[in-house]
Design a binder for this molecule. Structure first.
Ligand code: HEC
Length: 106
């Protein structure tokens, strides 16, 4: 009886995690966003200082284009937001990793 309950709880939390997967930042991306302070201004689905990553995704940029925009943001693309500072300190492979992840958001 007790085992059954434990199993049920495990199964339920597994399902809950799966449902949430679209909103959570993958384990290999989160440290990058933190290291380069992206999360100070961006979240996955809510406006903060900058637009949410999901809203950025809606512009249908190619990953390479997102990398260009990280290095040289175009504030005119986001009326009503303060300009983002160019983030040239992010190495290209890591910027591309973040960019690829953004393009997978639903
Ligand atoms: C100090 C705040 C701040 C930080 C830190 C920051 N951003 Fe931004 N970001 C913004 C704002 C504000 C905008 C919208 C205005 C703009 O594009 O200049 C923006 C826009 C963007 C865009 C959309 C560009 C476009 O033209 O559509 C991308 C992509 C982006 N940020 C990615 C990142 C990534 C990745 C990082 C971390 C490496 C990061 N940002 C760090 C504030 C920030």
């Amino acid at each position: 009886m007790k085992m059954k309950l434990v199993f049920g709880v495990l199964l339920f939390s597994g399902l809950a995690l799966k449902v949430n997967a679209q909103n959570t930042i993958p384990k290999d991306i989160q440290p990058l966003l933190q290291k380069y302070t992206c999360t100070a201004c961006h979240t996955v689905d809510k406006r903060l200082v900058g637009p949410s990553f999901r809203d950025i995704r809606k512009k249908n940029y190619k990953p390479e284009k997102i990398v260009d925009l990280i290095y040289a943001p175009q504030p005119k693309n986001w009326p009503g937001y303060p300009p983002m500072a160019p983030m040239k300190n992010v190495p290209k492979p890591e910027a591309l990793k973040i960019a690829r992840w953004i393009t997978t958001l639903k």
